[in-house]
Ligand binder design. Structure first.
Ligand code: URA
Length: 434
């Protein structure tokens, strides 16, 4: 078996068998196959896709590239959650404490930024000292004691995903159904939870642009979950504009904290309640979705979700003062409003452009070695459907490099599209598959 033949098979749309997929994953992990050949392999998958058998084999191989966590020592049904990613998607940061405060153990395995979308691990690292490379033992203990813990793919846990994910991030191979499905499900299998709630985002600001592709991805992941004995719900939601207002690491943590104080943007709250209620159903705490929503609303208004977040941050060695006083989170040197040059109603906000602008500011990586600037980003002042007058702010840019400002400002203007007629509100939640 050799890697060139395997790349050529994928290039020529010939099905790969389990052994060939194992050869690639193992070879890359052990350093026998270099980045450039795996990049070609990933790009061949991007163009030619994979069938279910191949995706399943790739998922199993990546999941078993490290430890499979055994959570049997923790009573109750453990529920993990994952999003396929999007611009401004900070749902995980708010959901973990909300659901844990409702009594469901949440062992959460998260990823870093991918392409122009942010990642939970990078966002949480905006909090001084917050550790996501916990040992498996500490992870299990934390879930047992405080009902929640967040770790990243690591040398112990789905290491093949960690390595391939970092390469996809910088090789234009993020938006591929087989690569997303195997990346997410390998981490979920390695993480050992009993049930899964997956948020498949579709639209301009997501890797998956259309509902029909979102349904395909959701079905594949639900099937893989089921064949691994995990009750799996996939909720497809719209990412036609950034979720919430903030885009950028510490700014998104701040927005999640606001939600935990029952003060977050309406769309973020709606999605968190919807996903969270499925997590409560998956965890056996409620049997009706509406009952889950009621419990979570209560937990947001009585402060229990915020308190749980403080506990999680403390258990992961983060600076809890930054949570109680978010002004202490990393802040950029400069900020400036982008002022509207037009009048009208916002018809569309190009989420991909906003995400790419945040990347330009330094909120994501352009090469594998890049460091993230946690302090920079964009806060939208207007969302789709809002009326805007000339000279009203469209967004605030948080930045550290003055020389990039004009470029960034222009991108923000280009991202906003106007109309003169009122708009029908589009639904945020599009479909549930299980
Ligand atoms: N999240 C992941 O963990 N992997 C992907 O490929 C996309 C989102």
């Amino acid at each position: 078996m050799d890697i060139i033949t395997i790349i050529e098979k994928k290039k020529n749309r010939i099905e790969l068998d389990k052994q060939e997929i194992r050869f690639v994953i193992k070879g890359y992990l052990e350093g026998a196959i270099p980045d450039y050949q795996i990049s070609a392999f990933l790009m061949a998958i991007w163009f030619n896709g994979m069938n279910y058998k191949e995706i399943d084999a790739m998922t199993t191989e990546m999941a078993h590239s490290g430890e499979i966590i055994n959570l049997n020592s923790i009573p109750d049904i453990k529920v993990d959650k994952h999003s396929t990613g999007g611009v401004g998607d900070k749902t995980t940061i708010a959901l973990i404490p909300m659901v844990a405060a409702a009594g469901v153990p949440v062992p959460k395995i998260s990823g870093r930024a991918l392409g122009y979308t942010g990642g939970t691990i990078d966002k949480l690292e905006s909090i001084d000292g917050f550790q996501t490379n916990l040992s498996v033992e500490t992870f299990i203990n934390n879930v047992r004691k405080i009902k929640a813990s967040v770790i990243s793919a690591s040398v112990d846990l789905a290491p093949a995903d960690k390595k391939i994910y970092a390469l996809r991030d910088v090789t234009g191979t993020t938006d591929s159904i087989p690569l997303i499905a195997s990346s997410i499900m390998s981490k979920k299998i390695a993480g050992g939870a009993d049930s899964l709630v997956l948020n498949v985002t579709v639209g301009d600001g997501a890797f998956i642009k259309t509902l029909s592709e979102g349904i395909s991805l959701a079905k594949i992941m639900v099937d893989i979950g089921r064949s691994n004995n995990k009750k799996t719900y996939a909720i497809i939601s719209s990412m036609e504009q950034p979720l919430g207002n903030a885009v950028g690491n510490s700014l998104e943590v701040l927005e999640a904290i606001n939600l935990l104080n029952n003060n977050g943007p309406a769309d973020l709250k709606e999605l968190c309640l919807f996903l969270g209620a499925y997590m409560l159903m998956a965890g056996g705490v409620v049997s009706k979705h509406i009952d889950g929503i009621k419990i979570l609303e209560e937990i947001l208004s009585n402060g229990l979700a915020f308190k749980k977040f403080l506990e999680i941050v403390k258990a992961q060695h983060g600076n809890v003062e930054q949570i109680s006083n978010p002004l202490l989170l990393p802040r950029s040197k400069y900020n400036s409003n982008v002022i509207s040059r037009k009048e009208g109603i916002i018809k569309r906000i190009d989420a991909e452009m906003i995400g790419k602008t945040a990347l330009l500011l330094g909120a994501g990586r352009k090469t594998k070695e890049d460091n993230i600037d946690h302090s920079v980003g964009i806060v939208l002042k207007k969302k789709t459907g809002d009326r805007v007058r000339i000279n009203e702010p469209l967004a605030t840019i948080y930045f550290n490099e003055e020389n990039r400002y004009n470029l960034i400002e222009n991108s923000i203007h280009k991202a906003f599209h106007f109309t003169n007629s009122t708009l029908q509100k589009k639904p945020l939640i599009l479909k549930v598959i299980y």
